[in-house]
Design a protein around this ligand. Structure first.
Ligand SMILES: Nc1ncnc2c1ncn2[C@@H]1O[C@H](COP(=O)(O)OP(=O)(O)OP(=O)(O)O)[C@@H](O)[C@H]1O
Ligand SMILES: [Mg+2]
Length: 404
């Protein structure tokens, strides 16, 4: 970003005196006055170029600005944003930006600004504002140039939408694989609730019911009900089709939720899971559901790779720690058949699968999720046996840590 003040019209730069342009020769051969020539120079530019005085009134605007405001350039002069049909929050944001430049005497770069044009279409603008100084160092105007980045934003949104669709499709497939064990995971607390409720009824039928015992039974019922509720909520969250939602997330909490969801599946596969989670890790800015999806994929792949092991050797390890440059490092390690050296990169390609019913989408989606989070995912074979999948996530910018 450029910084420093712009010595503009009427300003006196001791090194480079600024003069009003002389009348110039036009291509038609006729003389064009300075202001008219300047207007032509800025009109030819497809960027939005404008200047406003300290009250926010337009003092200069090119054709691109007038087109968005649905008017002519000379109709803009002397008017403020509030004179046009712009949403109030946008008027306030432009005013704030103007005042900031006036107060700071510095350039202001805004990477993304929303602008609703006269037809109600939304545009994303990337804008730089620069103070125009008077001879005495005070600001007379704010000069701005904005590029319409709407097409790029729409493309980014489209890519994000497609990524979400793919991630959702892969989650639904993943959950259908888990469905049997999730039903089992629900059945357990429901059976416990039923038998506890029956026991409570039997106690109540006594002449002198032991109320303390009944309170204990009711507490068990509440606990089991909560457990069933958590499983259902976990499934619903994974099945829901939502836009990516970044929020501060405790990675250990996500691992804990995932382990609850895959517990029965691991039991059915005769695999054990050991966790080594570093306490007090900084939160990461992430979409909780997508992180769960990555972990479930990695755990299920690891479990699948150990299918031919004797049951004592079906061991999975999940760890979290603070990595280099304060990233969060998560590792899912198995003792399976490992990955042939040639396939270490290919496993992340879409539709690469060595399983009879595999779609080969799991890892490709995981990769996309991780890169959208500013992280990375990679695989390596273990020294002795099996493979490890590791991913890193940048720690949240607020550096907040969960309470431990
Ligand atoms: N832990 C692992 N150990 C060994 N090979 C693995 C491991 N994880 C993945 N692979 C290999 O990578 C391939 C791709 O995995 P990926 O999860 O993308 O697809 P998949 O599991 O085959 O199918 P799905 O789309 O149902 O997940 C697998 O078919 C397998 O060959
Ligand atoms: Mg998979």
């Amino acid at each position: 970003m450029v910084s420093g003040a712009f010595q503009g019209r009427g300003g006196v730069d001791p090194g480079r005196p600024v003069q009003e342009p002389e009348a110039r020769e036009g291509h038609s051969g006729g003389a064009i006055q300075g202001a008219a020539f300047l207007q032509q120079v800025i009109d030819i530019n497809s960027s939005l170029i404008f200047a406003k005085d300290c009250q926010g009134r337009f003092t200069l605007a090119n054709q691109a600005v007038a087109d968005l405001y649905g008017t002519k350039t000379d109709h803009l002069i002397g008017k403020t944003d509030a004179d046009f049909n712009l949403p109030g929050d946008q008027v306030a944001a432009f005013r704030r930006a103007n005042l900031h430049v006036i107060d700071s005497l510095q350039d202001l770069f805004i990477a993304e600004e929303l602008f609703t044009d006269a037809k109600g279409n939304i545009h994303w603008l990337q804008t730089v504002r620069r103070p125009v100084l008077n001879g005495d160092g005070t600001v007379s105007e704010v000069l701005a140039s904005a590029t319409d980045i709407t097409a790029r934003k729409q493309k980014e949104r489209q890519i994000e939408h497609e990524r979400n669709e793919l991630a959702h499709l892969s989650r639904v497939t993943m959950l259908s694989e888990l469905a049997g064990s999730l039903a089992h995971e629900l059945n357990q607390p429901l059976t416990a609730i039923l038998s506890n409720a029956q026991a409570a009824l039997r106690f109540l039928a006594h002449d002198h019911p032991d109320l303390e015992e009944i309170v204990d039974i009711l507490r068990d019922i509440v606990r089991d009900d909560k457990r069933a509720g958590e499983v259902i909520e976990g499934m619903r969250a994974l099945l829901r089709k939502t836009e990516t939602r970044y929020e501060p997330v405790d990675i250990n909490d996500v691992i804990g939720t995932v382990v609850k969801l895959v517990r029965s599946d691991l039991l059915n596969a005769g695999a054990s899971l050991t966790m080594a989670l570093a306490p007090g890790l900084p939160r990461v800015k992430a979409d909780r559901v997508q992180l769960q999806q990555v972990l479930i994929n990695l755990i299920m792949n690891g479990c699948g790779a150990m299918r031919d092991n004797v049951s004592a050797d079906r061991k999975l390890y999940v760890s979290s720690e603070l990595g280099e440059s304060d990233d969060i490092l998560v590792c899912v390690k198995d003792q399976g058949h490992g990955i042939p050296a040639d396939d270490l990169k290919r496993v992340f390609k879409p539709f690469f699968s060595t399983k009879p019913n595999g779609m080969g989408l799991g890892l490709a989606v995981c990769c996309k999720i991780m890169s959208a989070h500013g992280g990375a995912l990679w695989a390596a074979n273990n020294a002795r046996r099996g493979a490890s999948f590791r991913f890193t996530l940048p720690a949240g910018s607020d550096g907040s840590r969960p309470v431990t």
